[in-house]
Write a protein that binds this ligand. Structure first.
Ligand code: 13P
Length: 252
């Protein structure tokens, strides 16, 4: 049985003070999530991570939005996996389409990031997903398959089972135009089949989330799909009331 996972990606939003204020209402959600076997977390900016760690209720997962693949050295503006672990971060989003587009992040670089994170005992949340053009050409499956194969290449089954995948079609991110549950489930099932081809039965343990305009009103439809294990949510995770409704939509 795969545990469900709700992860809020705050992107470049919220000062430490705003993050603290968000957390005031989140305490009661942890027991609700726990009683339904759901992991919940947020990914603040690096700057807000300490404030979130200090004020987070017990059990809230705190993720970074990026990590560098090197341990330390001359990489201006970067943060490493050992540094994340040292402050108490347990998960890191990698390969987000915004970083692929604006920062030149690639799937093979994400492979290095996965190794760096696993070495420190951190959980990689590996994002993949196609552009509108690729979707309209009907090339989603081959494109996303390549992203998955490149990032997971050479991992052992033991390593692969620790990675979380997030399928986020770029055309659905921040557009309000979410992928239908059928489309999301179809691609996520394809991803699981690729992972099965690479790692056998371990694929049944790997959690795969959907992301892209997930809202309180549509999260339930995704969670009704057999291969969708949770949601990676941007805009709708910024407001505590909406975050609560997302969790309720996932479990009720
Ligand atoms: P939205 O939920 O705002 O569409 O963002 C999705 C996303 O990119 C999460 O990583």
């Amino acid at each position: 049985m795969r545990r469900k996972f709700l992860l809020g990606n705050w992107k470049m939003n919220k000062t430490p003070e705003e993050a603290r204020s968000f957390l005031q209402g989140v305490g009661p959600l942890l027991s609700l999530a726990e009683s339904h076997g759901v992991d919940i977390g947020i990914a603040p900016t690096f700057l807000a991570i300490p404030a979130v760690l200090e004020n987070a209720p017990e059990g809230l997962i705190v993720a970074s939005q990026n990590v560098n693949e090197h341990e330390k050295g001359a990489y201006t503006g970067e943060v490493s996996a050992p540094m994340l672990r040292a402050v108490g971060v347990t998960h890191a989003i990698i390969g987000h389409s915004e970083r692929r587009e604006y920062e030149g992040e690639t799937s093979s670089r994400c492979h290095e990031k996965i190794l760096a994170l696993l070495k420190e005992g951190l959980v990689p949340v590996y994002c993949c997903g196609e552009s509108l053009e690729t979707f309209e050409k009907g090339e989603t499956a081959s494109f996303v398959e390549r992203q998955v194969r490149e990032a997971f290449a050479g991992l052992s089954g033991e390593e692969a089972r620790k990675v979380v995948v997030a399928y986020e079609p770029i055309w659905a991110i921040g557009t309000g135009k979410s992928a239908s549950a059928e489309i999301a489930e179809g691609t996520i099932l394809m991803i699981r089949n690729v992972l099965r081809d690479m790692f056998g039965e371990v694929a049944e343990e790997i959690r795969i989330l959907y992301g892209g305009s997930v809202k309180p009103g549509n999260v339930r439809a995704y969670m009704g799909c057999p291969d969708i294990d949770g949601a990676l949510v941007g805009g709708a995770s910024l407001d505590p009331e909406s975050y609560r409704q997302l969790l309720e939509g996932m479990i009720l």
